[in-house]
Ligand binder design. Structure first.
Ligand code: SAM
Length: 246
């Protein structure tokens, strides 16, 4: 196995995620495609094989290590860019029904290319999250995921409306933004918004990203359970969301 497939394979094995060597080897293909596409369209600013594998591929896979995604779940990746975290999740957990959403069509094209290459039947929308919701996507998904798109109060308004009652929204965040004892952390600042949107913070799971040079990045998954339907006035228009966060 090459460096990337081996690192993904070992991560999965150590975290009790089912992943064969053939599946892990798809990450070598994903890496090569990413490097080639990145020459003309900016998907990532990361440079080394190790950084891309760790901070994009392994980071994306973390929900599987906590068994957060049920078999056959319908998932929307909001602001997926080139397809993170959605692509790694789909590669390892093939039975999910994945929808990729990003306002930038040229980035979304990368996710489309990868899905074509692997024969995945996914949906793609080049639209803003506040707009797509109006086209029959409200409360349609078991799980919404989102990484590196906006601060948690804003992101919650974009994502929670997509989740069915009983489903979850998984926000990929840095661990320091999840410190409840700090009133200025994103988690503290989002509590009011999450309640107003029909959500409840269920748990914060740590996600440690270990680089070859022993640097460790402390990320986290914030799991928000949808406990009530979201009032149809949400999400508001983006300028309003920004100007008056809930
Ligand atoms: N999630 C990807 C990742 O982790 O690599 C991309 C992160 S990139 C920093 C943020 C992405 O969010 C951009 O591709 C941008 O187009 C998208 N985005 C920001 N606001 C959005 C919105 N309201 N609706 C849809 N996409 C949005």
């Amino acid at each position: 196995m090459k460096y990337i497939s081996k690192k993904v394979f070992d991560f999965c094995k150590n975290n009790k995620i089912t992943c064969s060597s053939d599946t892990a080897e798809k990450f070598d293909v994903l890496y090569d495609m990413l490097i080639e596409f990145n020459e003309h369209t900016n998907i990532t600013s990361l440079k080394t094989e190790d950084e891309i594998c760790t901070k994009h591929f392994i980071d994306s896979l973390y929900p599987l290590s906590y068994s957060l995604i049920p078999d056959g779940a319908s998932i929307i990746d909001v602001g997926c860019g080139g397809g993170f975290p959605g692509l790694p999740l789909k590669i390892v957990k093939n039975n999910i029904n994945l929808t990729f959403l990003d306002s930038t069509e040229k980035k979304l094209k990368f996710a489309q290319n990868v899905c074509e290459k692997f024969g995945y039947d996914c949906d793609f929308y080049a639209e803003r999250a506040e707009e797509l919701i109006k086209d029959g996507h409200r409360e349609k998904y078991d799980v919404a995921v989102s990484r590196a798109v906006a601060s948690l109060p804003i992101l919650s308004e974009l994502c929670i409306p997509y989740v069915k009652e009983g489903g979850i929204f998984i926000a990929y965040k840095s661990l320091k933004e999840c410190d409840k004892s700090n009133p200025a952390s994103e988690l503290s600042l989002s509590e009011k918004a999450i309640t107003a949107l029909g959500g409840k913070i269920e748990k914060v799971y740590p996600a440690y990203l270990n680089l070859q040079d022993k640097t460790v990045f402390e990320h986290a998954l914030v799991v928000i359970r949808k406990v009530k339907p979201t009032n149809q006035i949400f999400p508001r228009r983006y300028p309003v969301i920004l100007k008056k966060p809930l």
